[in-house]
Structure formats: C-alpha cells, structure tokens
Design a protein around this ligand. Sequence first.
Ligand code: GSH
Length: 204
Amino acid sequence: MKLFYSPGACSLAPHIILRETGMACTLVKVDLGQHKTQEGGNYYDLNPKGQVPLLALDDGTTVSEGPVIAQYIAERAGRQDLLPPVGSPARYQVLEWQNYITSELHKSFSPLFDPRFDAATKTLFVEQLGKKYKYIDSRLEGRAYLTGNTFTVADAYLFVVTGWAPNVGVDLSQLANVQAFLGRMAQRDSVKAAWAAEGLAKAA
Ligand SMILES: N[C@@H](CCC(=O)N[C@@H](CS)C(=O)NCC(=O)O)C(=O)O
C-alpha cells in the first residue's frame, strides 16, 4: 500500500492509524502547491480531487477521504479497538465523531489557511471553532479519549486538526481537557513515529 500525504496535513491522521496497526505502507509525499508527487508525477492523475490523503492499494485501487481511509485501515487490520464492529453502539459513537470532526472542525480550519479570506471572515471561523472546542472540552471531561478510555480512529483525527489551532489563531489554551488530550496523544508511539516520518519538528 501507499499513503499519499503532505507533512502535518489531515493525512497525518490515517498515517497515525497505520502506525497503530503496524501495517506496512510506503509514504509518498505530495506537494499540494504544485499537486505533484515526490517523484514528479501529476497528483491529479492519481486523485482527481487533488487532495491528500489517498491510499493506493496493492491491486491498484485507491481509497480517498481521510475518515474512510481510517475505517479501511482499522477494519483491514482487524482492530476493533480502533473502530468497533458493525452493529455495536460503540461503532456509531466513533463514526459520529469522525463526521463531526470532518464537517465541523476540519473544514472550518481550511479557510484560516487560505490567504484569499479576509480577516473579518477568518474571525468568524475562529469564533465558531472556539465554540465547538468548548463542546469537545466538555465531552473529554473525565475521559482519556473521545469515546472513553480506548483510543480510536476519531482521536487521531481530532489530534491532527487540533494541532493546527496555534498556527491560525485559535486559542485553546484555556481548555484543560483538550490540552490534556493533546498531551496524552503526543506520548503515543504511533504519533511520535508518524511525526518523525513526516519530518515534523515535534518529532524531537
Ligand atoms: N474531504 C477530504 C478533505 C481532504 C483535505 O482537505 N485535504 C487537504 C489537506 S488537509 C488538501 O489536500 N488540500 C489541498 C487541495 O485541496 O488542493 C478528506 O476528508 O480526506
């Protein structure tokens, strides 16, 4: 398998999940400015959406959309701790979080990285994110991870998007449960290994 990624982007979430499972996977870096792979190929040829992450399977098929890639990896690895089995109530809690993170958080961060948005518009997104993180902080009260004390695919995704906050003016420093969650996540071997492999400074 190959995971197409950009350092520190949302592709870091399925990368962390791959490391959790220990599954073999080749990392291929994508320049999102040029939409070129590290070998110089046109990334649109692989993923017409032009976005990371993309998982290319050995049979030539591809899986896109971060939460779906995470689901694929967890299920292929048979890791019901990362994503509980079909029909179990716990599964839908994890999927609920995946959907919340992708629709309410991830895509509210995206405009903050885009220079075409003016300061007033960005302030709106920052305020909305602040409210959503207060809700998340309340849900993390008394628990190590989003759905309890078991790490799931949703925790990796929350960790990655929340890591963008300090770079775009979203101040979460007063949210003690969110801060504790980030600290806990940073201690996971999977996170340390993924940071190092993507050449991120925090790997030190
Ligand atoms: N819906 C996609 C969104 C992926 C996405 O937003 N990827 C960003 C990086 S975090 C990207 O590739 N941006 C470059 C672009 O859109 O051209 C998913 O969940 O995988």
